[in-house]
Design a protein around this ligand. Structure first.
Ligand SMILES: Nc1ncnc2c1ncn2[C@@H]1O[C@H](COP(=O)(O)OP(=O)(O)OP(=O)(O)O)[C@@H](O)[C@H]1O
Length: 233
């Protein structure tokens, strides 16, 4: 369970996130959407302790940020992960497995899941953007922490790997993990998310379960378009 209470973030004079409260029950898969600069990554950075929020509190499965157990509750795929480029894919993932206390056997499993087994001996500097992205996803699968936080996991992937990554996220969801991911692609939200949370200029604009919306609208695009229209009228 993720409990966010009145969390805000100000960078200098810029309020990237206005006070926001959100509760995500255990086992829910939530898509965090919004335009460029809406505050999605800022919220994920607060959740993952990369940036301290300016105000508010966050609990993961009841643990506060200050507690050592907080960090064991989640695994995270940032949107800007930089791997040591002179190391191979396998060396990178092994190093991260050691840091996270994951088993060595898991290294080969996650490389398999993201389709990098055959190129695991290649240095990361030879990787394409999509391969790099799959490696970042692989490291987030090393630990079986109950909460999976993914920042734009399908960014830069070709259609085959977008579909594969959706399958993996759905499998993790089926195992009962709580998932919070950001995306700009609403068809992905339609396919895999239980709930759509949409930020606009640092504020909560929409927070709705996906299935009832899809009974009412032919797509989430149509739904969002209508919300914007309503606001303007
Ligand atoms: N380290 C920082 N210092 C100053 N401003 C920042 C910093 N990080 C983000 N911002 C600003 O905060 C706002 C929210 O940024 P954030 O990265 O959270 O948006 P986002 O919704 O993830 O956008 P995108 O879809 O483009 O990734 C933006 O106006 C951005 O310029």
């Amino acid at each position: 369970m993720i409990t966010i209470e009145q969390v805000s973030k100000t960078y200098g004079k810029k309020e990237a996130l206005s006070p926001l409260s959100l509760t995500i029950p255990a086992g829910e898969c939530v898509a965090l959407c919004g335009g460029n600069g809406a505050g999605k990554s800022t919220l994920l950075k607060a959740l993952t302790t990369i940036h301290a929020p300016t105000t508010g509190t966050i609990h993961l499965n009841g643990y506060a940020v200050e507690e050592a157990t907080y960090k064991r509750q989640f695994t995270y795929m940032p949107d800007d992960l930089i791997f040591p480029s002179e190391l191979t894919a396998e060396e990178n993932i092994t190093m991260m497995a050691n840091m996270q206390g994951a088993s060595v056997s898991r290294v080969e499993e996650v490389l398999d899941i993201v389709g990098l087994q055959e190129v695991k001996a290649q240095k990361v500097k030879t990787f394409s953007k999509g391969m790099h992205q799959r490696l970042a996803f692989a490291q987030s699968l090393l630990s079986d922490a109950p909460i999976l936080i993914l920042d734009e996991p399908t960014n830069g992937l070709d259609p085959y790997w977008v579909a594969e990554m959706q399958k993996v996220i759905m499998e993790e969801h089926a195992k009962g993990r709580t998932i919070l991911f950001t995306t700009h692609l609403l068809p992905i939200v339609e396919k895999i998310a239980d709930r759509l949370v949409f930020l606009r200029e640092g504020q909560l604009f929409i927070d709705e379960p996906v299935a009832p919306l899809l009974e009412q609208y032919s797509s989430l695009d149509d739904y969002l378009f209508e919300q914007y229209k309503k606001e303007r009228s």
